[in-house]
Write a protein that binds this ligand. Structure first.
Ligand SMILES: [Zn+2]
Length: 81
């Protein structure tokens, strides 16, 4: 698969556990994150940003719904509730 969004994320996102959730700040003082693939912005404060998506359990990595759908087989993500 040759896609501009793929830039080595398999090094840290292969077969990780993801949770679908409302955007949460990774830590205080942070106000947004970007989708690890397409760069779409996640924020509850910035207009036009995504307010929910898939994230690692620690809220450090965020993935938007469309990138999740496009790459879920390739990355073998496990979904946790
Ligand atoms: Zn994306």
């Amino acid at each position: 698969m040759n896609d501009w969004r793929l830039q080595g994320q398999e090094k840290f996102l292969s077969a990780v556990v993801l949770q679908r959730k409302k955007y949460q700040l990774y830590r205080k003082g942070w106000d947004h994150d970007h989708c690890e693939f397409c760069g779409a912005k996640f924020s509850l404060e910035i207009a036009g940003s995504l307010e929910a998506g898939y994230a690692t359990v620690d809220n450090y990595h965020w993935i938007c719904d469309s990138c999740f759908d496009d790459f879920k087989e390739m990355f073998r993500w496990k979904i946790s509730k």
